[in-house]
Design a protein around this ligand. Structure first.
Ligand SMILES: C[S@@+](CC[C@H](N)C(=O)[O-])C[C@H]1O[C@@H](n2cnc3c(N)ncnc32)[C@H](O)[C@@H]1O
Length: 289
């Protein structure tokens, strides 16, 4: 068997393992993980693999087989920015359910691996707008995704950058509040994946710039209503422009009382009574009913 054929078999096995680890059955998503070449997005090997969620250990060689595990891989290891855990993304992308023809906005594209998976799912009839704040990573993502006709990568702040109405907004950085534009630009029927993280989420306060822990919410828009549901725990790099002191404190208090699994709605007003709110921000809240 030649090397390409061998890697195709390895990728197909990886796709099955990743979806199994996420308890997801989704043939289209499995195909996307089997087809997209992770090695095309992570630069030349050996690669820094995050072990025990603490130390980067270089892969023994530059053989791409080392990328087909459920591990995080450093893309800017000196800042602890990683290509995320494949099974976490399998779970979250499955819940976002990008369909053929959808416009997907990916906030926190990194070097583009999961952007490519999203582009595969949106198909030639759809498109992905990838937004990456870090200049070096945005440049790498642009180069890696240049052959994807349905992907546009923008360097910028995904909480402020303009974009067309989106069927899916896939946020890959930890916020303490949703950006106005994400709620405004979510199409009717659209799905927003929103990681909310706090220094006080789970575990101790991490050093500045490191991953913060918290909860991922799926926000679904129907007309002017926004339905909200907790879908996963998470530890993830902070979102530039998606955090501030008052909402950081309010989120820490909300995590301290628990109950995030009882959240069902996001409201964009200040009229919801206190006892129905899990977390209240300026002009919005996550509420139990
Ligand atoms: C946890 S990393 C994930 C990268 C990529 N999704 C992956 O898994 O390979 C989070 C990324 O979000 C980016 N980021 C943080 N805040 C952002 C913002 N406001 N707009 C766009 N990107 C942002 C960071 O620079 C970083 O590349």
């Amino acid at each position: 068997m030649d090397r390409d054929a061998e890697l195709r078999v390895i990728r197909a096995a990886y796709a099955k393992q990743v979806l199994a680890a996420a308890s997801v059955r989704d043939d289209r998503l499995e195909e996307a993980f089997a087809v997209i070449r992770r090695e095309d997005f992570l630069g030349p090997g050996p690669w820094p693999i995050l072990r025990w969620l603490r130390d980067y250990v270089p892969s023994p060689t530059a053989d791409p087989i080392y990328l087909y595990t459920d591990d995080l891989v450093g893309i800017l290891p000196e800042r602890r920015i990683n290509n995320g855990q494949p099974s976490l993304h399998a779970h979250l992308i499955h819940r976002a359910s990008p369909a053929i023809g959808d416009h997907v906005v990916h906030v926190g594209t990194g070097t583009g691996y999961f952007t490519a998976i999203l582009a595969h799912l949106a198909g030639a009839a759809g498109r992905v707008t990838g937004i990456e704040y870090n200049r070096e990573l945005a440049a790498r993502a642009k180069a890696h995704l240049a052959s994807f006709a349905n992907v546009d990568v923008v360097e910028g702040d995904g909480t402020l950058a303009p974009f067309d109405d989106a069927d899916v907004i896939y946020v890959n950085a930890g916020c303490t509040r949703p950006a106005e534009s994400w709620l405004d630009r979510l199409a009717d029927g659209g799905r927003l994946i929103l990681p909310m993280t706090s220094g006080q989420g789970f575990g101790g306060t991490p050093p500045e710039g490191m991953a913060r822990a918290g909860a991922v919410f799926l926000i679904e828009r129907r007309g002017s209503d926004y339905f909200a549901k907790w879908i996963s725990p998470v530890a993830i790099f902070p979102c530039e422009g998606g955090r501030d002191e008052p909402s950081e404190r309010a989120l820490a208090d909300a995590f301290a009382k628990g109950e995030w699994q009882q959240v069902t709605r996001l409201y964009r007003n200040e009229d919801v009574p206190e006892q129905r709110c899990w977390l209240r921000g300026s002009g919005w809240c996550l509420a139990y009913s």
